[in-house]
Design a protein around this ligand. Structure first.
Ligand code: WQD
Length: 336
């Protein structure tokens, strides 16, 4: 099965490409390299012995993107490509809505034209907005995203839902990721954000190698066991396997399905910091600062549906992820 992976040079995309190759699929990568580097392709080849076709293309550029569909016989698409920094989306809402929605409209139009009938969409736990209870299940209400990034995910889920309803021969799987962390155990691939990291784990990792001075914990007055924010941190390798399991689901012609991809366990900021310190035998200096606008107290998943219907569940621990993140950062102190 030839699988077009948009955004396949990114943190989650590249790990998924490796998992696809190891599972016998034939990935084709389309990425505009706006938040990744072409060297990632060399690392994929080093790790798998295979070099998948790569097209440096912006999914919003219909003329260029069309060439990929003309040249490659695509059976399914995994759509990662999109802008994804929560804080940046608040400052640049127009860019986020235009890029994330236009790329999806262009992709779906080309899929329909070329008869490609299977798509997995990289969605996010942010679609649940401010949750009313924990853990979150797929039937919980969505739509209350607290930032433009999250709203693009809400909108694209709706676009795909309506598209599938109008075209019942299409199969759509929405994967709602919780908090992806970790790196490839080899240390060759990992989270390598441009600029100062918005997310907790890459920030801790850069503190651990002295690239950043100390961590600022955004609030310790939440209604949680130790007062700091609680999230469901899932190893990126588990996330990649979730996509392989979802591709296999297309054989059942699922129509439209939604799955949470998490561990089912909540971990606080302080618990993650301490796990990182214990896993790697180092200290992470931190201070406590005020809460960050838009943050929720708790957010973690119920993943029973993915286990039952995909035969998938997270296998790696927080400690595994902390060890792999530190290993990656040490080997790539200035990124890939
Ligand atoms: C986690 C916890 C912060 C940084 C977002 C998106 C989600 C996904 C992951 C893309 C919170 C605290 C963080 C720091 C801190 N994005 N924190 N100091 O906001 O849960 O999720 O990123 O795939 O879709 O919504 O992740 O890592 O930013 O924050 O104390 O320097 O760490 O307050 O409690 P978040 P995060």
């Amino acid at each position: 099965m030839r699988v077009l992976v948009t955004g396949g040079m990114g943190f989650i995309g590249s790990e998924t490409v490796i998992a696809l190759l190891e599972a016998g699929f034939e990935p084709v990568i389309a990425d505009n390299l706006s938040n990744s580097k072409e060297k990632v392709l060399d690392r994929i080849e080093t790790l798998t012995g295979k070099r998948p076709p790569f097209y440096k293309v912006d999914c919003c550029d219909e003329g260029e993107f069309r060439k990929v569909f003309e040249k490659e016989h695509i059976d399914a698409v995994i759509h990662f490509a999109g802008l994804k920094a929560v804080g940046e989306s608040v400052v640049k809402p127009l860019e986020y809505y235009k890029n994330n929605l236009d790329s999806t409209f262009t992709l779906l139009s080309l899929m329909r034209e070329f008869g490609v009938k299977n798509i997995i969409f990289s969605s996010s736990a942010t679609v649940y907005g401010v949750p009313t209870h924990m853990p979150l299940v797929e039937t919980d209400p969505t739509g209350g995203a607290t930032n433009p990034y999250g709203m693009t995910k809400v909108m694209i889920e709706r676009i795909l839902t309506d598209f599938q309803k109008a075209n019942p021969e299409f199969n759509v799987i929405l994967l709602r990721y919780f908090n992806p962390i970790g790196a490839h155990p080899s240390g060759l691939l990992g989270e390598d954000p441009n600029g100062i990291p918005n997310n907790l784990m890459p920030y801790i990792s850069q503190v651990s190698v002295g690239k950043l001075k100390q961590l600022k914990i955004y609030g310790d007055d939440y209604p949680t066991p130790d007062g700091t924010g609680v999230r469901d941190y899932i190893h990126v390798l588990d996330l990649a396997e979730g996509h392989v399991a979802s591709l296999r689901k297309f054989a059942d012609k699922p129509g439209l399905e939604i799955y949470n991809l998490g561990t089912g366990k909540g971990t606080s900021v302080l618990e993650l910091v301490h796990a990182f310190e214990e896993a790697n035998g180092i200290k992470i200096p931190y201070i406590i600062g005020p809460r960050r606008a838009g943050d929720v107290a708790e957010n973690y998943a119920n993943c029973d549906k993915a286990k039952k219907e995909l035969g998938w569940e997270a296998r790696f621990s927080i400690v595994d992820a902390c060890r792999d993140s530190y290993n990656f950062q040490k080997k790539n102190p200035n990124g890939i």
